[in-house]
Design a protein around this ligand. Structure first.
Ligand SMILES: C[S@@+](CC[C@H](N)C(=O)[O-])C[C@H]1O[C@@H](n2cnc3c(N)ncnc32)[C@H](O)[C@@H]1O
Length: 234
């Protein structure tokens, strides 16, 4: 079961309030995404798609920096979409209430210059990641860019212990007091125990992208389980 698609209010509120604290490298990844947009020359007259957009906080930043683009925001949670509709007002955007499975099976006519996703694709198993990455490739224009910011699976149990320890330390460093840090206690083990989380290793996902035909496939940043990687359709 994927709690996000079951409108779990507590989970949604917790994520929106705490994402800066609980996600390692959040600000850095958003900044890097803006830099990639500039580097790959997609600053204007471009169509963007945010897959698993949540409350649209990343799209909002992108649109404020590059207002002469359109953004489609897709999410499968009705409750998240309601929050998004209240927060995200723009003439250049389209809100799509649809889960990844539906989008993958849709005949997508529109082609995008950039498709990005943050903290969402790890809810698909490896088979469906491959299916989604393939669909993304089809939905991109030539020279279109795909960027994924996501949690990845540690390669061994020892590495998992180390990366979870780094994650916990990062949360403690970002919280101001013990009460605040207690709110996030046991987050790594809770994340691991939820069946909705199906992370794959970074290497296996880079392999999928290359196998599909993406070029310039690389990881730009990785801190423990938090990674950011991309590929271009040339
Ligand atoms: C952790 S939130 C991240 C939101 C946003 N991308 C961000 O980084 O702020 C994950 C989002 O992915 C969406 N999501 C999860 N699984 C999905 C699926 N199978 N299809 C569509 N959306 C999904 C959830 O509804 C949720 O809004």
């Amino acid at each position: 079961m994927n709690n996000w698609l079951e409108n779990n209010e507590e989970q949604i509120e917790y994520f929106i309030k705490s994402n800066d604290i609980i996600l390692v490298g959040r600000k850095y990844h958003i900044d890097l995404l803006l830099k990639l947009i500039i580097f790959y020359n997609k600053t204007k007259n471009s169509n963007f798609l945010d897959l698993g957009c949540g409350d649209g906080s990343i799209s909002k930043i992108i649109q404020s920096k590059f207002p002469n683009n359109t953004i489609d925001l897709l999410d499968g949670s009705n409750m998240m979409i309601q929050i998004l509709q209240n927060k995200f007002k723009s003439n250049n955007s389209n809100i799509i209430n649809m889960n990844f499975n539906e989008w993958m099976n849709l005949n997508v006519e529109k082609k995008y210059d950039l498709i990005f996703s943050s903290m969402a694709i790890h809810h698909l198993d490896y088979y469906n990641k491959n299916k989604l990455f393939t669909k993304i490739y089809t939905a991109l224009k030539y020279d279109g860019l795909f960027v994924n910011i996501d949690v990845v699976k540690p390669v061994t149990k020892d590495i998992e212990d180390f990366h979870f320890m780094m994650w916990e330390n990062s949360i403690i460093e970002k919280t101001n007091n013990i009460d605040e840090s207690k709110k996030h206690e046991n987050l790594p083990s809770n994340y691991k125990n939820k069946t909705e989380n199906k992370p794959s290793t970074l290497k296996s996902q880079l392999y999928l992208l290359e196998n599909i035909g993406f070029e310039d496939v690389d990881c730009h940043h990785k801190d423990g389980i938090f990674a950011m990687f991309s590929g271009v359709k040339k």
